[in-house]
Design a protein around this ligand. Structure first.
Ligand SMILES: Cc1cc2nc3c(=O)[nH]c(=O)nc-3n(C[C@H](O)[C@H](O)[C@H](O)COP(=O)(O)O)c2cc1C
Length: 365
């Protein structure tokens, strides 16, 4: 029997809340959402969805395949609260070694007519030390209980000349406390970051990252997060380098620097990465292509423009073992997580799959 408080929390009153949040500047609305979550005012969903959604990737058990993408909880402030929305995992970060403020405001823009978001945060981060303390506090508070996986996404400080040094710091600091670590080389808002995806730069970076991992007591899987803006040649290079590096998985992908025609011109001119609905088709295409190029040898995480169970299912059929979303939360609210998981259950059963992992890549065959 749900408590009256839980009933109210779980009721879909988001359209009302959204009209209030949309009166605020986008970044202020984000801070308000974090504050409400910290006060325990978010949904509290038991992650007891249909067992068909359970999946194991890189020896990690996921109660469902729908994760919260990096960028929402950059500083590890609301780990348990976002998992309580019904997510099967959460990715914290990006976290830089030293604290840094990021770009000047305004740096976050809603594009309501296209259900999109443009951001140029530029890795505003509390830094490794503070985030690590919060992550350890979360682990201590949940010790002995079964929790969904927590990934930690690492980036580089704006002024670091040798990028690999910062990623190595992230790996060494977080290996003991992360279920997986994401090496983010695809945010468009740190000058030069995306160049790290080039063939030689990526090979060199991943070599250093994997050498650092070899020195740590616990060795969480490492995922590389790439951009959706890739030519065929760049995809070939990435697939080859990632497979040769020994990295365990890839996230496809980050925001796009392109501006589809659905973005009104006044907003299209804002610098930064675009996410949300207009990103879905292009990121799913790159996902399918990288699935073919990597031959299913490593798990892929599909991210970009997921707004529904059908979208999540399309990513899975294109080759994703797990999916992530962020921007849809802005437009649909936290109830979306439950709706996607319930819809995904129906879609998997409709098509005769017995487990979620059976469906991975079936759209490509
Ligand atoms: C406001 C905002 C901040 C983000 N910050 C990060 C970040 O720090 N690190 C990262 O790897 N991705 C970041 N992302 C990208 C998301 O993790 C995700 O890859 C992208 O938004 C596509 O998914 P979506 O269309 O579901 O939002 C951010 C996205 C948004 C909208």
């Amino acid at each position: 029997m749900p408590s009256p408080l839980n009933f109210l929390r779980n009721l879909n009153i988001y359209p009302l809340i959204r009209s209030l949040l949309f009166q605020l500047d986008a970044e202020a609305a984000h801070h308000l959402a974090l504050t409400l979550l910290k006060k325990g005012l978010g949904p509290n969903i038991n992650n007891d969805f249909d067992p068909i959604l359970r999946t194991t990737v890189c020896s990690l058990d996921f109660p469902n395949p729908v994760g919260l993408a990096a960028g929402f909880d950059k500083n590890a402030e609301v780990i348990g609260d976002v998992l309580n929305m019904g997510f099967g995992f959460v990715e914290i970060g990006s976290i830089t070694p030293l604290p840094q403020p990021g770009n000047p405001q305004p740096r976050l823009f809603r594009v309501p007519t296209a259900e999109a978001v443009i951001n140029r945060f530029g890795f505003n981060s509390d830094g490794i030390d503070i985030c690590l303390r919060r992550i350890i506090a979360y682990r201590d508070a949940t010790i002995g209980t079964k929790q969904a996986p927590v990934g930690l996404n690492v980036g580089k400080n704006k002024d670091t000349a040798e990028a690999a040094d910062d990623y190595v710091k992230g790996i060494k600091a977080f290996a003991l406390h992360a279920d997986y670590i994401t090496v983010n080389v695809s945010s468009p808002n740190t000058p030069g970051l995306r160049d790290l995806q080039g063939r030689e730069q990526l090979a060199n970076l991943l070599k250093q990252v994997m050498e650092a991992r070899a020195t740590t007591d616990k060795k969480p899987p490492v995922f590389v997060k790439v951009a959706p803006d890739q030519t065929e040649q760049q995809q070939d290079d990435i697939a080859e380098v990632v497979l040769a590096s020994g990295v365990q998985g890839m996230i496809i992908g980050n925001t796009t620097v392109t501006r589809p025609s659905s973005i009104p011109t006044d907003l299209a001119k804002e610098a930064g990465g675009l996410s949300g609905k207009p990103l879905f088709a292009m990121s799913t295409e790159v996902l399918a292509s990288l699935y073919k190029k990597t031959g299913g040898k490593i798990p892929l995480i599909g991210c970009g423009g997921i707004f529904s169970a059908e979208d999540a299912y399309a990513k899975i059929r294109a080759g994703a073992s797990l999916v992530q979303l962020y921007s849809a939360l802005v437009y649909e609210g936290p109830g979306l997580v439950v709706r996607i998981n319930q819809g995904l259950t129906e879609l998997l059963k409709r098509d005769g799959f017995k487990t979620m992992s059976e469906a991975v890549g079936t759209g490509n065959k």
